[in-house]
Design a binder for this molecule. Sequence first.
Ligand SMILES: NC(=O)c1ccc[n+]([C@@H]2O[C@H](COP(=O)([O-])OP(=O)(O)OC[C@H]3O[C@@H](n4cnc5c(N)ncnc54)[C@H](O)[C@@H]3O)[C@@H](O)[C@H]2O)c1
Length: 359
Amino acid sequence: MKDVKDIYNVAIIGCGWIAEDKHVPGLKANKDVHIAALCDIKPEKAQRLVDMFDLKDVVVYSDYKEMIKDKNIDIVHIAVPNPLHCELTVDCLNAGKHVLIEKPMAMTKAECEKMIETAKKNDRKLTVGFQWRYRPCALYVKESCDKGMLGDVYYAKAHAFRFRAFPRWGEYFSGKNGGGILIDGAPHALDLALWALNNYEPYSVKAHTYNKMAGQSEGNIWGEFPEDELKVEDTGIAMITMKNGTTILLEAAWASNTVYVDNTVTLVGTKAGLDMPGGDVRLTGVLNGKPYTMEPDLSAPGAPFSIQPVEPMYRESQEFIKAIREDCEPFVKPEQAMVVTQIIEGIYESARTGKEVFF
Ligand SMILES: NC(=O)c1ccc[n+]([C@@H]2O[C@H](COP(=O)([O-])OP(=O)(O)OC[C@H]3O[C@@H](n4cnc5c(N)ncnc54)[C@H](O)[C@@H]3O)[C@@H](O)[C@H]2O)c1
């Protein structure tokens, strides 16, 4: 059912890093929404955002169950630790709210299925915070694949390999976020690979995790820390086989002694290959008998993709409003995000058991 309004009232649950870095700025830039409420179990964190962004007419809550009783709230963005994603999403959907849940969608495929069913039952929209899809380079990659420019893409690499970027806030180190880099950074890269390939049918995965870099936090962008603080994996490597035989190699690290290559994919096809150096796109192949390497100018008007470059976080909220207003599928479909979670779940199981996991 279309839910048509001039202005939608949005609430945010969880007023930590990503609320400050993405949700509030993205929503503030969107003229179709009003930030009506903020909720955090530590209400001072919600109040901090009110003050920092000079938000007007906002109610601050410490209990989300109280907040979602407010019939004036149309949409809830949820940005709390991952193990809470399913429960809070289901509660908000059952209260009649549309929900944008942060990535990863949830901890397990079963949780994702419950969230999708609840959205359908309540005729509410559900989407997931994979904002890196909205960058011009990612949109260009997607369009290149959809138009068949690469031919048959049989091998992809999903890169979430950071140089020194251990997050030092929240519950990332304790395990209370559900894991380490594989549940934190890897979902974005894996989402980009599946989306580019338009392939959501995994067959198996074999993976390894490592906790090697905790003693080497020198130079970490968000500060140094004692070695024994880190209780989760800092690195994960997974080989994912899709049902059609395509291989995806996922490499994820909070810290590694290699060049920083994060939130990008490398694709190898029968007609051409593609990688994303520094947030650009580079196509490689052979043309008229000669090898070529081509870097399209993504900022040029008339570049061969229809969507203009805009801030990904603004675009995320704009796209969600479009889905709600026009009753169409969200740009990030929950069924797609569910497969990301399914694969991550399989990766952890494979790393724990030492065996290949079949889906
Ligand atoms: N899309 C992205 O690029 C991106 C980047 C970072 C984090 N995230 C995701 O966002 C979520 C939050 O991450 P973060 O880095 O902001 O963490 P954070 O620890 O900085 O913030 C989480 C906030 O949730 C609050 N909270 C916990 N339980 C709550 C509850 N029951 N009700 C209300 N508030 C509650 C905490 O007090 C905290 O302020 C995670 O799921 C993470 O994976 C996404």
